[in-house]
Design a protein around this ligand. Structure first.
Ligand SMILES: Cc1cc2nc3c(=O)[nH]c(=O)nc-3n(C[C@H](O)[C@H](O)[C@H](O)COP(=O)(O)OP(=O)(O)OC[C@H]3O[C@@H](n4cnc5c(N)ncnc54)[C@H](O)[C@@H]3O)c2cc1C
Length: 340
C-alpha cells in the first residue's frame, strides 16, 4: 500500500554526495575538537520525541564550527541531514546514517540596520523563531507577530516557508545567507528560495531543484515601525490561539496538507478518527490534523506511519480525497520493518 508521500531515505541530506559503494559510517573518525556525538538518539532533537540513533551528530553553535563539521563530513564522504528545531520531522526508528547537524542556539546576536521607517534585521538561522518574533514586537517592529508561538528555528522556518494567520516567512525575507557543502557563505535575494506554500528549494523533493547540503546560516528580514502595545497584544492573541487550538503533547505540527477547498483536520474528524491510536501515538482528540506522542520513550515512527496510512485510507474511502503529508520524513527507512 503506497503512502501519498513515501518516506525517503535521508531526504534532507544530499544523497548526491554518496558514492554508490558507500557503506554505513562506523569507521569514520571525527576529530575530538568537533565534539561530534556518536549513536546519539535523534528523539532528543525532534519535537515528536521520536527517532533512532544518528551515526554522528554535531551541534555547532556558530558558523565557524558549522563549517568545520561540514569539512569533516565532506572529507569522510558522509551524507548530511540538517535539523533545526526538529518540529516538522518524523525520524525513522532506525535512525540517520552519516552526519546529522542540529543547528539551533539561543545566544547568537542579531544585527539591526534602521533605514527610516524600515528595519532590516539579520537573524542567525539557529535562533528560535518565536523568541525573535516576540522580541520584534517588544521593539515596536511589525512583520513577524504571526510567528509568536510557532515552534522551531529561523532556519527551519525559512526552509519550510512556515506561516500562520495568513502570513508566511517569505513575506518578510529580504535576503538569505547560506553555507554550501564547500563551507563558503553566499547571500541570495529572496527570489532564489522559489518559495510557495510550505515549500522552498531547500526542502524540494526534486534533486534538480534542491541545492544539496546547503544550510541557511542567516536571514535578513524587512520589518516596519509600528505601535508596540498593539503588536504585543497581537502576539499574546496568537500565543493564546495556539494554546486553545493545538495539543500540548509532543508532536510534529500538522501532519497533512489541507486539500484544495477543505481542511485535512475536518476530513479526519468527520471520519470519526479523533483519538484513533496505534502503539504510543494517537490522532489528537483536540485537533485531528495532529498526531500526538502519548507514550514518550515507547512511541515509534512506525506507529506514526500506521496512523497516517489509516487516516489516508479512511478519508479516501469516505470522500475520494487523497491526503498528502506536510511533515517531513528523515533518516533510514530502508532498515525499518514495514508498518503492514
Ligand atoms: C505544535 C506545532 C505547531 C506548528 N504550527 C505550525 C504553523 O502554524 N505553521 C507552520 O508553517 N508550521 C507549523 N509547525 C511546523 C514547524 O514548526 C515549522 O515548519 C517550523 O518552521 C520548522 O522549523 P524547525 O526549525 O523545527 O525545522 P525542522 O523541523 O528541524 O526542519 C524542517 C526542514 O528544514 C530544514 N532545515 C532546518 N534548519 C535548516 C537550516 N538552517 N538550513 C537549511 N535547512 C534547514 C530541515 O532539513 C528540514 O528539511 C508546527 C509544529 C508544531 C510541533
Amino acid at each position: 500500500m503506497a503512502y501519498e508521500t513515501e518516506p525517503a531515505r535521508s531526504r534532507a541530506g544530499g544523497e548526491e554526495t554518496l558514492d554508490p559503494a558507500w557503506e554505513p559510517t562506523a569507521d569514520a573518525n571525527p576529530p575530538d575538537e568537533l565534539q561530534i556525538l556518536r549513536d546519539e538518539p535523534v528523539s532528543r532533537y525532534t519535537s515528536f520525541r521520536i527517532g533512532g540513533p544518528a551515526d554522528f551528530l554535531a551541534r555547532p553553535a556558530d558558523t565557524a564550527s558549522l563549517g568545520a563539521a561540514l569539512a569533516w563530513a565532506r572529507e569522510a564522504r558522509l551524507p548530511l541531514t540538517i535539523i533545526g528545531g526538529g518540529s516538522n520531522l518524523i525520524c525513522s526508528d532506525a535512525g540517520v546514517r552519516g552526519l546529522t547537524i542540529s543547528f539551533r542556539a539561543m545566544r547568537v546576536p542579531v544585527e539591526v540596520v534602521e533605514e527610516g521607517e524600515t528595519i532590516l534585521l539579520r537573524v542567525p538561522a539557529q535562533r528560535m523563531l518565536s523568541a525573535v518574533a516576540r522580541w520584534c514586537c517588544e521593539q515596536g517592529w511589525s512583520g513577524l507577530d504571526w510567528a509568536v508561538g510557532l515552534p522551531g528555528t529561523v532556519g527551519g522556518a525559512v526552509a519550510n516557508n512556515a506561516g500562520a494567520h495568513g502570513t508566511e516567512m517569505i513575506d518578510n525575507i529580504a535576503s538569505v545567507t547560506v553555507m554550501g557543502p564547500d563551507g563558503i557563505e553566499r547571500t541570495h535575494d529572496r527570489a532564489w528560495l522559489r518559495a510557495r506554500y510550505r515549500h522552498t528549494v531547500l526542502r524540494s523533493p526534486d534533486p534538480a531543484e534542491r541545492p544539496a547540503g546547503t544550510i541557511v546560516v542567516a536571514v535578513t528580514l524587512r520589518l516596519a515601525r509600528d505601535d508596540r502595545d498593539a503588536l504585543l497584544a497581537l502576539a499574546d492573541e496568537h500565543a493564546a490561539w495556539r494554546k486553545e487550538h493545538q495539543p500540548r503533547q509532543p508532536c510534529a505540527g500538522s501532519i497533512f496538507k489541507n486539500p484544495p477547498g477543505t481542511y485535512a483536520g475536518l476530513l479526519i474528524e468527520q471520519a470519526g478518527l479523533k483519538g484513533y491510536g496505534v502503539g504510543g501515538v494517537q490522532i489528537s482528540p483536540l485537533h485531528a490534523n495532529f498526531i500526538v506522542n502519548i507514550g514518550v520513550g515507547k512511541a515509534r515512527a512506525t506507529d506514526v506511519l500506521a496512523v497516517i496510512r489509516h487516516a489516508q485510507e479512511t478519508v479516501r474511502a469516505r470522500t475520494g480525497i487523497g491526503l498528502e503529508t506536510e511533515v517531513e520524513f528523515i533518516g533510514d527507512w530502508e532498515r525499518v520493518p514495514s508498518a503492514e
